[in-house]
Ligand binder design. Structure first.
Ligand SMILES: Cc1cc2nc3c(=O)[nH]c(=O)nc-3n(C[C@H](O)[C@H](O)[C@H](O)COP(=O)(O)O)c2cc1C
Length: 203
């Protein structure tokens, strides 16, 4: 049995409105936990209110707890996921990232590995632009970005989501398309690769 002293945690931080990114987060967490001595810590961010701040409950009624700066400090790596919104990450996640300048000033994330994941409605709806631009704030924080190599057979075989820049899913115009086998394999592979890298860098 794992104890707190012999396990390290990798943060899986995501925003999901309709559940597709949350499902990818679950597969990434599964991949992380295939690495001995590493467990996933799942966290989300609240929606951004268009009217005023702090209208949401401090603790969500269901699902992962809201992220705090301490989660980023304590974890040895980060997987960050967002739905694609007009070819970019969703505002709630960006809003949270914009609050992390204290961590940036301390260099709290410098040298830790990170990976990104997304979901789009359509095949060519901007997965790659979302994944690549999600990396930028992480690079400013000094994080070491981990992708998916073509040694993963599913990366060449997929006819759905899954990219060298990160895990992805195509949810369809109604948002109900389930995560395909290839998308799942690539999400698990990304989680495992991130956890293995984090473990090596932390030792
Ligand atoms: C404001 C808005 C903008 C969106 N922009 C895009 C887009 O640029 N490309 C795309 O394919 N899907 C776009 N979508 C669809 C979502 O990316 C897609 O439904 C995604 O799977 C939702 O993830 P979730 O289920 O985790 O919330 C957009 C949705 C919204 C609400």
């Amino acid at each position: 049995m794992k104890t707190a002293s012999d396990t390290r945690e990798v943060l899986v931080l995501y925003y999901s409105h309709h559940g597709s990114v949350r499902e990818l987060a679950r597969h990434i967490a599964h991949g992380i936990e295939q690495t001995p001595g590493v467990v996933a810590r799942l966290r989300t961010v609240p929606r951004v209110s268009a009217v005023c701040e702090a209208t949401d409950a401090a603790i969500p009624e269901t699902g992962a707890p809201y992220v705090e700066a301490i989660d980023l400090e304590e974890c040895i790596g980060l997987a960050m996921g967002s739905p694609t919104r007009f070819g970019n990450m969703a505002a709630p996640l960006k809003y949270f990232l914009d609050s992390t300048s204290g961590l940036w000033l301390k260099g709290a994330l410098a040298g830790k590995p990170a990976a990104v994941f997304t979901s789009t409605a359509s095949m060519h709806g901007g997965q790659e632009s979302t994944l690549l631009t999600m990396m930028l704030p992480l690079l400013h924080h000094g994080m070491v970005v981990v992708g998916i190599p073509y040694t993963e057979p599913a990366l060449s075989a997929t006819r759905e989501g899954g990219t060298p820049y990160g895990a992805s899913h195509i949810s369809g115009s109604d948002g109900n398309t389930i995560v395909s086998e290839h998308e799942k394999q690539l999400a698990v592979a990304l989680g495992r690769r991130l956890a293995e890298t984090a473990k090596k860098l932390a030792s």
